[in-house]
Write a protein that binds this ligand. Sequence first.
Ligand SMILES: Nc1nc2c(ncn2[C@@H]2O[C@H](COP(=O)(O)OP(=O)(O)O)[C@@H](O)[C@H]2O)c(=O)[nH]1
Ligand SMILES: [Mg+2]
Length: 223
Amino acid sequence: MANDVGSIPDLVQKKHDVGEVVKIICLGDSAVGKSKLMERFLMDEYRPQQMSTYALTLYHHQTTIGNKNVVVDFWDTAGQERFQSMHPSYYHKAHACIMVFDVQRKITYKNLYNWYKELREYRPEIPCCVVANKIDADLKMAQRSFNFGKKHGLPLYYVSAADGTNVVKMFRDMIKKALDYKQNPRDFIDEVLQELENFDLEKKEENSEADEDGLKTESPEFV
Ligand SMILES: Nc1nc2c(ncn2[C@@H]2O[C@H](COP(=O)(O)OP(=O)(O)O)[C@@H](O)[C@H]2O)c(=O)[nH]1
Ligand SMILES: [Mg+2]
């Protein structure tokens, strides 16, 4: 009995520690370096979960932003991008998007237009950035201005998954933006989803408070 009483606050605490969960997706042509960027950012935590049936790789990352615990689910394509289109479920409930091109292959830059169009069909409002990858291979590219970002009001990062330039900065910025979006959605459907999530959390909290007060719904004596 004493154990029971002691364990309840622990359980409540653990539930709160999990923090917000955000989903960040990565888009761009094959071989631009999407997977390498994730691997570089996650380094030792790198334990991807291959979902080959869905042509998908998921990476889980736990971090803190301010004093908030955040769980990030990074979604990476595993080949489906060859078809220049992703399944709608890839976009579903995403909170931010990282769009990557390869500075050595012009076509991957041109194709950003298609990726961006598809993204906005499913997620009209989520924060998005443009990533010019592989600048280690051609440093002059870091001086070039790429208009795609400016045209759509998206931040541009010059990065290298190979040597790590700007990788942490870009991911940290995007995690903050994803979190900010989740907490202040600008899309009607997202607002409703967030309300439902809050409602669910409040219900769970109410139940645990009731449990703490000894108001168990099912008492072991009656089972
Ligand atoms: N030089 C250079 N090569 C890179 C960089 N990032 C990725 N690559 C290479 O590009 C190829 C494709 O990378 P990958 O991450 O599999 O691309 P994805 O298909 O977009 O996931 C691999 O051979 C990588 O080693 C980079 O920053 N610099
Ligand atoms: Mg890949």
